[in-house]
Write a protein of this length. Structure first.
Length: 131
């Protein structure tokens, strides 16, 4: 489906992790403050936060697809999975946390983030006509 004619780049993996954090900060600052700045139910607040986090993986993958000089589909997807791994791993090393480490959470969250970033990168590459 995707033919990457260039070697795998760990630099783009780590760059995409940084872009995911920046995308989450931007989305949470602008959209999150607008929606969550008002009083809403606690459950709805968690849903909005989750949707903002998920959309940041798509947006980050899309940005990588736009700015990368060559086709980069796998790198942002792997960066998204590693971002989820870091979040879940932090819950493993903290003594008191409400997110307890579970391999299933890592797998499910990682696969979802991987797929969203891959789809975003694919759309970004298609927009720049690289694929």
């Amino acid at each position: 489906m995707f033919q990457q004619n260039q070697p795998f780049s760990w630099g783009w993996v780590f760059s995409s992790m940084v872009i995911f954090v920046i995308a989450q900060l931007i989305l949470s600052f602008f959209i999150g403050q607008m929606i969550l700045g008002h009083y809403i139910a606690h459950g709805l607040k968690q849903v909005v936060q989750g949707l903002l986090m998920l959309s940041s993986y798509f947006l980050g993958g899309f940005i990588i697809g736009l700015i990368s000089p060559k086709i980069r589909i796998i790198e942002p997807a792997l960066g998204a999975f590693l971002s989820i791994f870091l979040v879940v791993f932090v819950s493993f090393v903290l003594p008191n946390t409400y997110i307890h480490f579970q391999w299933l959470k890592l797998l499910i969250g990682g696969v979802i983030a991987f797929a969203l970033a891959m789809y975003g990168a694919t759309l970004g590459e298609k927009l720049t006509k690289q694929i």
